[in-house]
Design a protein around this ligand. Structure first.
Ligand SMILES: Cc1cc2nc3c(=O)[nH]c(=O)nc-3n(C[C@H](O)[C@H](O)[C@H](O)COP(=O)(O)O)c2cc1C
Length: 372
């Protein structure tokens, strides 16, 4: 449950900047049930009504439960942004991002650096929940384990968020230092689940429906948040729904190349519609090509051409060259995709680690830079 909204199957599409726009969410929603979170929106840009930001808050008419992620570092600005979401009826759910590991953000004290400043974190979450209350909008948070193994914050932050009245807490079970490297620590999700009464959503390294079942089994979490696993694989949501309805032993969803080609064409078409421009839509689509074709026996020239398309007609011609009968490559199953970068020391503002109870608002921590 998120507020009054039953989430069935208990699956959330993770917010991913540059990916989870209205087109991609629709493509995923056509595959299965769940909550599909919009790209992250910065609170300051929202309250200042920056046109580019307002445009990013686009939901399809049939998007029943409009889920929006906000990123903020200032309790007052965050509350103002939440009020605006309520007053302008922009969304039905607000998630707060405390997981961004991008150096440009943590260096200023934002994203995954912020929960360390426990009083500031508490103020942001409390004010957001209070501001959302009159509109009946459930607020959730999404965070990492902490800055690094010596500076873990997730249990304390989860408890504080629960006290503030959040509807659920999502944990990407890596530290900021890990970025996207190594394995997510599902034991940490179990620890958080034991510590909290509100629903806990587990996040990290779900590549197949079977991984989601394993995570629930291992951690007792109430639902799963899925990010990179669905890059170039929107049918993962059909796979997840099958897994949750049929249990272990379910039949995995493994489209042959012909079906993948149809989904590719639909994705590009939806992007063109969303961006209201064929060239922009096709340009935005290009980054998805390698993910769709991962593991399929498709030659380099064709891959390169597909990654350079500038019209839907060109895309159709190229897709016609694919052999529709090629089965889904087993070797691509269970494999990481998208970001898998190396760990890196977390950039923080001077003296950050020595001042946990300082609740002054960090300056310049709201940039256009984003990520989780
Ligand atoms: C391209 C990309 C963009 C992301 N953008 C965001 C974001 O805006 N907000 C956020 O909370 N997390 C963001 N994340 C993190 C994901 O939501 C998720 O927590 C992370 O990828 C781990 O889950 P996974 O192992 O299922 O991918 C992003 C991840 C990727 C790969």
């Amino acid at each position: 449950m998120l507020g009054d909204h039953a989430v069935n199957p208990p699956v959330v599409l993770a917010p991913m900047a540059g990916i989870t726009n209205v087109a991609f969410r629709r493509l995923c929603r056509e595959q299965g049930g769940g909550v599909y979170v919009c790209e992250m929106i910065t609170t300051r840009a929202l309250v200042e009504r920056i046109p580019k930001t307002l445009k990013m808050i686009a939901f399809a008419e049939d998007e029943g439960f409009r889920s929006l992620q906000l990123y903020g570092v200032d309790p007052d600005v965050t509350a103002a942004a939440v009020r605006m979401v309520g007053e302008d009826n922009l969304a039905d759910h607000i998630d707060l991002n405390f997981g961004c590991p991008v150096p440009k953000v943590t260096r200023r004290g934002g994203g995954s650096a912020l929960p360390w400043r426990r009083r500031l974190f508490g103020r942001i979450v409390t004010q957001a929940v209070e501001a959302a209350k009159p509109f009946g909008i459930p607020v959730t948070i999404k965070m990492r384990k902490g800055i690094d193994d010596d500076h873990l914050t997730y249990v304390e932050a989860g408890l504080a968020a629960q006290d503030a009245g959040v509807a659920a807490v999502a944990l990407h079970a890596r530290t900021a230092e890990q970025r996207y490297s190594g394995k997510a620590d599902w034991d940490a999700i179990a620890t958080l689940k034991q510590a909290l009464d509100v629903p806990v959503l587990g996040n990290g390294d779900i590549w197949e429906g079977s991984d989601a079942l394993r995570m629930v089994e291992h951690t007792g979490c109430d639902g799963v948040v899925v990010g990179r696993g669905c890059l170039g694989r929107p049918w993962l949501f059909a796979d997840l729904e099958a897994a949750f309805t049929q249990g272990t032993g379910y039949r995995p969803v493994l489209p042959a190349l012909g079906e993948v080609a149809k989904i590719i064409a639909r994705h590009a078409q939806l992007l063109v519609e969303a961006l209201e421009d064929e060239r922009h839509g096709c340009a935005d689509f290009r980054k998805h090509v390698a993910w769709y074709l991962k593991g399929f026996p498709v030659g380099g020239d064709l891959r390169r051409s597909l990654a350079m398309i500038s019209s839907l007609a060109e895309l159709d011609d190229l897709l016609a060259k694919l052999d529709p009968a090629v089965p889904f490559p087993a070797e691509a199953l269970g494999q990481p995709r998208g970001r898998v970068n190396a760990p890196g020391k977390v950039s923080l503002p001077h003296g950050w680690l020595d001042s946990r109870d300082d609740d002054s608002v960090p300056e310049g921590a709201e940039t256009d830079e984003s990520g989780g």
